[in-house]
Design a protein around this ligand. Structure first.
Ligand code: C2E
Ligand code: MG
Length: 255
């Protein structure tokens, strides 16, 4: 994106945040064995006055180039925890940006969001990208341990696309790995299938919950379930939904 356009979009995004034009949709995540909803991932959307609903592929990278992501990330955590507190048992999963993790704002943001919402910490999971963990500093590792010690889950998002090695995986206090949707896309060659199987087996050997993203077909679901992948999300089950559509599916206390 050209620099001037980028600056304009960044100013618009800051104004949109202040004006309450960011909203969260939630994509349910299912237990592949039972079909039960086990968690919901919060995904930000920006209601742009002229362009309609802007997906995070455009807005998050803009926000991540400045401290705007800290402001937006703090709002998203608080809003998502407030929403999840009215679900019966399903957990909440929130994407966290590298900058939020490395700038030191995440721990106070978590404390505020949990305190204001009364959401039990063990119903919250943070999704971290491979890039934010690839060269983890000691400060990052300490922050992750402090988060995990509170009972909050830590999932490695988009696994299989980056440079996190299995030895790195063992050093991180993770609870889940989310296989990137590019790994399970169809048609799947014999080699692709073998590497997905190896990733799922490695996750299970490390006692991590294995989650597949981007499940679009029954064939993908059957394959993943058959190789022991435990959980999944994708358009086969449900697209991301506004809270008022999700709540009735969860038996929420208010709908
Ligand atoms: P992600 O965390 O990997 O999220 C999953 C993406 O897959 C979402 O895109 C979701 O809408 C999309 N998806 C759902 N079902 C399917 C399917 O069946 N097939 C395929 N191909 N895709 C599917 P979305 O909402 O556009 O989000 C894109 C990325 O933006 C997210 O990827 C995440 O990295 C980032 N993001 C979203 N919300 C936030 C946020 O609140 N904070 C931060 N830091 N990043 C966010
Ligand atoms: Mg995610």
């Amino acid at each position: 994106m050209e620099a001037a356009n980028h600056r304009l979009l960044e100013r618009e995004l800051q104004a949109a945040t202040a004006a309450g034009l960011l909203i969260l949709h939630y994509q349910p995540r299912f237990c592949l064995a039972t079909g039960e909803i086990v968690a919901n991932e919060a995904l930000v959307r920006w209601r742009h006055r002229k362009q309609g609903l802007i997906l995070p592929g455009t807005s998050v990278p803009v926000a991540e180039r400045s401290d705007s992501i800290n402001l937006i990330g703090g709002w998203m955590l608080a809003e998502a925890c407030r929403e999840a507190a009215c679900w019966n048992t399903a957990r909440l999963s929130v994407n966290v940006s590298t900058r939020q993790l490395q700038s030191g704002v995440l721990l106070p943001q978590l404390a505020a969001a949990l305190q204001q919402s009364d959401l039990p910490p063990d119903r919250l999971e943070l999704e971290l990208t491979e890039s934010s963990l690839a060269d983890s500093s000691i400060d990052t590792l300490l922050a992750l341990s402090a988060i995990r010690d509170q009972g909050i889950g830590l999932a490695l998002d988009g696994f299989g696309t980056g440079s996190v090695s299995q030895s790195m995986l063992k050093r991180l206090p993770l609870t889940a790995i989310k296989l990137d949707c590019s790994l399970v896309c169809e048609p799947m060659s014999r080699e692709d299938a073998a590497s997905v199987r190896a990733v799922v087996e490695a996750g299970r050997a490390m006692r991590l919950t294995t989650v597949a993203e981007g499940i679009e077909t029954e064939a993908q679901r059957a394959f993943l379930s058959g190789i022991g992948c435990e959980e999944g999300q994708g358009s086969l089950f449900s697209d991301p939904l506004p809270p008022r559509q999700l709540r009735p599916m969860l038996g929420a206390a208010r709908s």
